[in-house]
Design a protein around this ligand. Structure first.
Ligand SMILES: Cc1cc2nc3c(=O)[nH]c(=O)nc-3n(C[C@H](O)[C@H](O)[C@H](O)COP(=O)(O)O)c2cc1C
Ligand SMILES: Nc1ncnc2c1ncn2[C@@H]1O[C@H](COP(=O)(O)OP(=O)(O)O)[C@@H](O)[C@H]1O
Length: 308
């Protein structure tokens, strides 16, 4: 699937597309409905499907100091959009130029002239452009002048409340990973390269393939039942992981540290995606390595049972 940068020309075969427009960070049930409508519309007219996303997230541009909050990386979104039926992912690089573009220019010059869109699908609360000057009604009106039709999709509700990326973030911060998984139709998954640690894990019988948490939202610190996929081989693993600062050891270092069951091998430098399935317990500062090892064994046993 094609990966487009909005500052580059759009290839001829992708002009005339129906474009799903949004951030789509959590790619939850609401986002999936926007993309499904886009795919249905495009197929009915024999047009390509482009799913747009913004990177960095616009919030990061306006509030650079707020803590990390991402639910997916661009490569993860690329995979999710492809699986949902997109022909291309279009990344709007959210720099000063884009932040200062009026909503009208965004529709006329960017969506119309530059991308050559013939249809746009958004959620019905979508706003865009400098000072959030654009909404769905304005998108439809300005679009009409360029031959772009606009459709909106109503929000998806769960338990009487709208599904949103912020609701998913709140669930993850509370350790309610099952709720997040229900709203996203998949568990929260962190992808990163395995890095070297203190080499203590192997000495205590539980090697852990350490990963940086990067720009991802920090879920509740603690121990999780996890599954994982090694990206280059597709190998699937099960395990238990510590997400946090491992308070038994100094200095505190924030990491995701998965121990994989029934696995022996070198994972350093390999890219792995780790999915959080169940929160087991908060992190604890242990007085001895023996106490930590005994607890790790119980965590692994519990995780094996939960993962089945
Ligand atoms: C299932 C599991 C549970 C853990 N629980 C804790 C804990 O509660 N407190 C803690 O300080 N370290 C805990 N750890 C240990 C550290 O995360 C890490 O494995 C240890 O510091 C070894 O680090 P290294 O990979 O850098 O050698 C746990 C690890 C695993 C795999
Ligand atoms: N079952 C396993 N689970 C996790 N990592 C493993 C496993 N078996 C071998 N490894 C390898 O061992 C490394 C972790 O060993 P560890 O002693 O904890 O070192 P470090 O402190 O560098 O993480 C992993 O990065 C991986 O390459």
């Amino acid at each position: 699937m094609t990966w487009l940068d909005h500052r580059q020309p759009v290839p001829a075969e992708l002009r005339g597309a129906i474009v799903a427009l949004g951030n789509f960070d959590g790619f939850h049930l609401g986002h999936q409905k926007v993309v499904a409508e886009t795919v249905t519309w495009a197929k009915s007219e024999g047009r390509p499907v482009i799913v747009a996303t913004f990177d960095p997230h616009p919030v990061r541009h306006f509030a650079p100091h707020i803590p990390p909050f991402r639910l997916t990386t661009l490569p993860q979104r690329h995979e999710l959009f492809r699986a949902a039926g997109a022909d291309a992912m279009l990344v709007f690089h959210f720099d000063d130029a884009l932040a200062n573009m009026t909503a009208e220019d965004f529709v006329i010059k960017l969506l119309g002239d530059h991308i050559g869109a013939t249809g746009v699908v958004t959620g019905n609360d979508f706003t865009f452009g400098k000072d959030r000057g654009g909404n769905c009604e304005k998108l439809a009106a300005w679009g009409a002048s360029k031959g772009i039709k606009a459709r909106t999709v109503d929000p998806v509700l769960e338990g009487g409340a709208v599904i949103s990326s912020s609701r998913i973030r709140d669930s993850l911060k509370a350790g309610e990973v099952e709720v997040a998984a229900k709203l996203m139709t998949r568990p929260f998954a962190l992808r990163a390269t395995v890095q070297h640690g203190d080499k203590r894990g192997r000495e205590i019988g539980f090697p852990t393939a350490n990963m940086d948490i990067g720009h991802y939202l920090r879920p509740r610190y603690g121990i999780y039942a996890i599954t994982a996929r090694i990206i280059d081989t597709g190998q699937e693993l099960k395990g238990a992981a510590n997400m946090g600062v491992r308070p038994t050891f100094q200095p505190p270092k924030e990491l995701l540290e998965p121990h994989y069951f029934d696995f022996k091998g070198d994972l350093y430098g390999r890219e792995v995606e780790v999915r959080l399935h169940h929160f087991l317990r908060p992190e604890i500062k242990f007085d001895s390595l023996d106490a930590l090892m005994a607890q790790m064994a119980r965590d692994c046993e519990k995780s094996r049972i939960l993962l089945g």
